[in-house]
Design a protein around this ligand. Structure first.
Ligand code: AMP
Ligand code: MG
Length: 307
């Protein structure tokens, strides 16, 4: 693997059908040419990801997005407000070749986003087409938010890797569908429900599963069992605290109770705690408003609760 590759080396690897570890502002991605069924198959293989779970096409700008998907007024408004940034829009597919069937899991819709991380956009622009880039972890595990964690997870499958520093956001993008005139929240994420509703009015919360294939019950999970809404650690557990009350906790998602900081720390702290092979990881309650909705979604799945 060529580590700390240049944009050009990364783009060349993508053109050759190889995989690239790509920093984004949400989590590190494992990237491939979205048009190439072989390259996309290599992603599913490297991650051990079930093939019914479609991938997000990452593009350099909204012009490229409109080449591959069909945007109505509300999809355009959301794109204009939040791109580049951590919002994924699921819209009807326009070009079935630029994002191949396997990448879309055979659906008539396509998930698209313009990442906020400059290196990601530069590599995609140098490559010249959409790139699928699911999180660079093996399927079911916590997402990598540092370069070292990404390389540890999937470096052996990548031809090149780019070190873009720690991920500023730390949780995955919000996934919103705009289909048949209806806006639905398929996955809570870094852009909050309130921010979306301020722009387009009330959104449906998907009956998950069928509307957003691939949202599995046990996901984002470290090796140690995760216990959520914990007031204190039991024998042999490591406690991840949140807020001023968590002074005795070994790690805190945010000592001051800041949800942005907690999101940025979430997967890193889960991984750090897991490295100590505790009996379990107990996580203090995190409020459910704003970014807390995404944090609690990830924590419930890490704990194996139905979403
Ligand atoms: P990730 O696992 O972070 O790569 O995110 C992909 C997410 O987007 C998964 O939750 C998918 O279910 C969702 N997704 C991707 N494409 C579609 C689509 N066409 N329709 C509905 N959800 C999609
Ligand atoms: Mg993932």
């Amino acid at each position: 693997m060529s580590s700390d590759a240049t944009d050009r080396e990364a783009a060349d690897a993508l053109r050759a059908g190889q995989l690239v570890i790509l920093p984004t502002e949400t989590v590190y991605g494992l990237a491939a040419d979205a048009a190439s069924p072989d390259a996309v198959a290599a992603i599913f293989e490297a991650k051990g990801r079930p093939r019914f779970n479609p991938l997000i096409a990452h593009v350099a700008d909204a012009v490229e997005a409109e080449r591959i998907g069909v945007f109505d007024d509300r999809a355009r408004a959301l794109a204009a407000a939040f791109w580049p940034g951590p919002l994924t829009l699921v819209v009807p597919v326009r070009d079935r070749d630029r994002v191949c069937d396997l990448a879309r899991a055979g659906l008539d819709s396509v998930a698209i986003r313009v990442p906020g991380h400059r290196r990601a956009r530069d590599v995609i622009a140098a490559f010249g087409g959409p790139v699928v880039a699911p999180s660079a972890n093996r399927s079911g595990r916590p997402s990598p938010t540092t370069y070292a964690d990404a390389v540890e997870e999937t470096g052996s499958s990548a031809a090149a890797a780019i070190d873009g520093g720690d991920c500023a956001v730390g949780v995955e993008s919000t996934v919103v569908s705009v289909l048949d005139g209806r806006v639905a929240l398929l996955r809570p994420g870094a852009v909050t429900r309130a921010e979306i509703e301020a722009l387009v009015g009330p959104v449906d919360t998907a009956g998950e599963g069928h509307r957003s294939p691939g949202r599995l019950t046990l996901h984002y999970a470290p090796d140690a069992p995760v216990r959520i809404e914990a007031m204190q650690a039991l024998d042999g557990e490591i406690l991840l605290g949140f807020g001023p009350g968590s002074g005795e906790a070994r790690w805190s998602l945010s000592p001051t109770g800041d949800l942005r900081e907690a999101a940025a720390n979430l997967f890193r702290h889960l991984r750090e705690a897991d490295r100590e092979h505790p009996v379990g990881i107990a996580v203090a309650p995190v409020p459910d408003h704003g970014l807390g909705e995404a944090i609690n979604d990830r924590l419930r799945r890490a704990a194996g609760f139905v979403g």
